[in-house]
Design a protein around this ligand. Structure first.
Ligand code: UD1
Length: 352
């Protein structure tokens, strides 16, 4: 019997790790072991996801949380190396682009364990994003790259990575399609928008945040907004003088199923999240991405996503266009069919 570590540290990792866990647990040749680095530790950012997604509590907890990026990465590497020395698996699978993922990837590779990167090849070409650094490092040392969209394959090819690159689809969409039928009714009666913001570039700088917030306040006069507030954003909002309006409902971060129950019925999602860009494309919900670039171009080329920039004016222009011309139509990208993790499991079976 083989063993495989599935690494998760932050909220979107749990969603993707769940798809892998469910695919591997049904196989008779492998035991999946969930490793939680501890990067996200609030109940609403971590534990509720394990319950909602029907995955067991992590088998290995590294309990590293807080600190600067370098402290996070360094502490995770030290803790994970200890765990690997004690009980090395046959393969380490890392999902996504968070600090936890890069830290565990480097550690596994240094210890000499086969490394698979799921969601490989995405590039924003924006090195001010910590995730872009993590993506480039992780891909460059991975033995096996599993890719969600065709841009990922061409990015890896350009970087000289051609062997063991597999276009398999999107494990985040696997979880979405698995969980969707389990929702109870409760459809919204009036149009509303859902908003989430947590990227440092948008929420760590007072002027930038207030400009975006100004756009949200104006949009909310026309369409009410529900805004679950990420811990990073909450701390910053509480230190600045942000005008609170009753047309924007502020809530704590929501568990997976509660959040899905909301955004699936939204008339519009306004976000800087990576995952929500993909999820909204999968359910054909219009999405405004509050960034200047995206590493997920298929959500724009084929899906319902629009890059709206990060200024009040650019966001309001996009909203005016949305109101005048109606929502953007999209198609569901190839292989985003709920079976990506099963494909990954069958490829890995042939590899180890
Ligand atoms: C991280 C990931 C990002 C991902 C996001 C999803 C990196 C570089 N960034 O960003 O790619 O999109 O997760 O949410 O890895 N905090 C809490 N409670 C928690 C989690 C965080 O209070 O449960 C606090 C932290 O202590 C920190 C801040 O929120 O002060 C930011 O957390 P951190 O994990 O560093 O980065 P995120 O912004 O969440």
């Amino acid at each position: 019997m083989k063993t495989i570590h599935i690494i998760a540290g932050v909220r979107p990792n749990f969603v993707k790790a769940a798809a892998l866990y469910h695919a591997f647990k049904d196989e008779d040749w492998v035991i999946p072991i969930i490793v939680h680095t501890g990067q996200h530790y609030d109940i609403n950012m971590s534990d509720t996801f394990f319950r909602d997604l029907e995955i067991p509590d992590p088998h290995i907890c590294l309990n590293v949380n807080g600190g600067t990026h370098s402290e996070q990465v360094g502490n995770i590497m030290v803790a994970y190396e200890r765990a690997l020395m004690k009980n090395p698996p046959d393969m380490v699978a890392v999902v996504g682009d968070a600090n936890s993922i890069m830290a565990c990837a480097v550690t596994a590779k240094k210890v000499g364990i086969a490394l698979a990167h799921i969601e490989a090849g995405l590039r924003s070409r924006d090195l001010t994003m910590p995730e872009e650094i993590n993506r480039i490092i992780t891909d460059s040392i991975s033995d096996f790259c599993f890719v969600t969209e065709k841009s990922g394959v061409s990015n890896l090819t350009q970087e000289g990575k051609v062997d063991n690159v597999f276009l398999v689809g999107n494990v985040m969409v696997d979880t979405l399609f698995r969980q969707l039928p389990k929702l109870n009714g409760n459809n919204a009666s009036k149009p509303f928008a859902i908003a989430t913001l947590h990227r440092p570039a948008n929420v760590d700088n007072e002027t930038s945040f207030k400009d975006i917030w100004g756009a949200l306040v104006e949009i909310s006069q026309d369409m009410p907004i529900i805004f679950p507030v990420h811990p990073r954003t909450k701390v910053n909002m509480s230190t600045w003088d942000v005008s609170i309006v009753d047309t924007i409902e502020l809530t704590p971060p929501k568990p997976y199923m509660d959040f899905l129950g909301l955004w699936k019925d939204a008339a519009l999602a306004i976000t800087d999240s990576g995952g929500l860009q993909e999820e909204t494309t999968a359910l054909k919900v219009p999405c405004f991405t509050v960034r200047e670039n995206t590493e997920r171009p298929i959500t724009i080329d084929e899906g319902t996503n629009t890059l709206v920039g990060t200024t009040k004016k650019s966001i309001l222009d996009a909203y005016e266009n949305f109101k005048n011309n109606g929502p953007k139509n999209g198609i569901i990208p190839k292989l985003w069919d709920g079976k990506a993790a099963v494909r990954i499991a069958s490829i890995i079976k042939g590899l180890i």
